[in-house]
Every structure is written in C-alpha cells, then in structure tokens.
Design a protein. Structure first.
Length: 94
C-alpha cells in the first residue's frame, strides 16, 4: 500500500472543518470510505488494530447508509479521523 494515498482523506477532512456545501461532504464520505476500505484490505493480515480502525471509519463515513450527526459532533470526528489518517500515513512504510 502506498502511504501517500492516506494523506488525501486527511487533507479533505481538515478542509471539512470550514463548513462547506453539502456536496463536499458527500464527496468526503465517498473518498474516506473508499480509502478506508482500501487501507483495511491491505492491513487485514498484517496489523489487526489498524484494520479494525479503518473498517470502523469506513462504516461511519459510508455514503450508502449515512450516519446523521450535527455539525458540532462531526467537527471533532473529522479532526480525529484526519489526524489518524495523517499519523498512519507517516508511520506506514511504503
């Protein structure tokens, strides 16, 4: 797995803090879910903690059965998940 791809959702999650139109958040859900599933697939046998974390993130952000929360609740979630993606990308070897 290339670690650079994990920086994409991290950046998008940090941008989401600024309160953008609804279409951006739909795109955000698609990107975060897709890359989370991709990362979980590659971490399935190697690292069980990150596998379950990415699977949970994919379920939380999935666009098919969306989780509806207020902006005040999504704000810290976006920050925490963005930091998680960035730290995981930094710590993962290519």
């Amino acid at each position: 797995m290339t670690k650079k791809i994990l920086y994409i959702p991290a950046i998008l999650l940090f941008i989401a803090i600024f309160g953008l139109p609804y279409g951006y958040y739909t795109l955000l859900r698609l990107v975060v879910t897709g890359i989370s599933v991709y990362a979980a697939f590659f971490l399935f046998e190697r690292d069980s903690v990150n596998f379950w974390a990415f699977l949970g993130i994919a379920l939380l952000f999935n666009p098919l059965i969306p989780v509806y929360l207020s902006r005040e609740v999504w704000f810290p979630i976006n920050v925490i998940v963005g930091v998680y993606f960035a730290v995981t990308a930094y710590r993962t070897s290519s």
